[in-house]
Design a protein around this ligand. Sequence first.
Ligand code: BTN
Length: 341
Amino acid sequence: MSLSLSPHKDVETLQLVNSLRRANGEPVSGEAIGQELGVSRAAVWKRIEGLRSLGYQIESVPRRGYTLISEPETPTPEAVGGFLSSVVLDDGLFGPEKIIFYQKTDSTNVQAGILARQGAKDGTVVVADHQTEGKGRLGRVWESPIGGNLYFSLILRPEIEPRYAAQLTLLTGLALAEAISGVGADGVEIKWPNDLLLGGRKVAGILTEMAVEESQIQFVVIGVGVNVNVELTGFTEEIGNIAATLSGHLKKQIKRSAFLADFLSRFLGWYRWYLAEGFAPIRSIWLKQSRIKGRRVQVNLLDESFTGWAVDLDVDGFLLVKREDTGVEARVLAGDVFLIR
Ligand code: BTN
């Protein structure tokens, strides 16, 4: 497996980007930047060169300084960090220094698991531009073409019982639905337990995994894949036929770093609320959003399929379905559930 870690995890780089951004296309002198960062003009120049190597287009204007012309659209720690709100930065769960970016990796969930076992902090976010072995639910593959989509995993260390971990998937779905609506995509649907749909096609998925020791959660990894800018032709035919992408839906490119930062901010809100109040209020909102209650559904489990009526979401976050064949209420722990329209 080949791993390439971004050489620019440096938080100071972020300060430099931010001071160029604040100038709104006007040049900023090397001296002013140097004063702000507390470094020499030569050091500023070196950092500008570093930024250029990351794909930031920066013009040197003689005797006036540096102008930011354009930014690369890659969800690096600096890029995502630049969009994190002050609420997120003040909270401290997430932050640019806790974002780890890979140009290419096997699976951010796998890497997050390794890092978590090595002691990575609560709130570490592992992001990749490309996954060679992206994982979906139920042993499926998550197609992860290079350079346009989002693949990331959150490492969390909540003090909750392992049986409640599924609740985190539902909460993540709510945050993701908000972030998708936030870029202007109307009509996003949440499909139990982990799918986000646009126009009935899958635009994002969530894979929650955890490590448990002596009935205690050591860590949870919440992996999120979002089809952002990669065109449907960039997927295999099988996936291209059932997937949606944000750019395809909105007819414009979406800035991945801004999307990820917005997601983290929305997730943080839900997560803090969940830790304070438990699952009950979130359960009601999820039920309302998903509009599944009372609907006729098709349930595909690993070993059997049945139809029935979605009765409720139980307190752990599992779906209760009244089977049409037996009349018995089934608690669906895993599997696929489709609304029968
Ligand atoms: C699903 O819908 O089946 C879940 C898909 C989850 C995909 C994401 S992409 C980032 C993270 N790393 C993985 O290998 N999988 C998750």
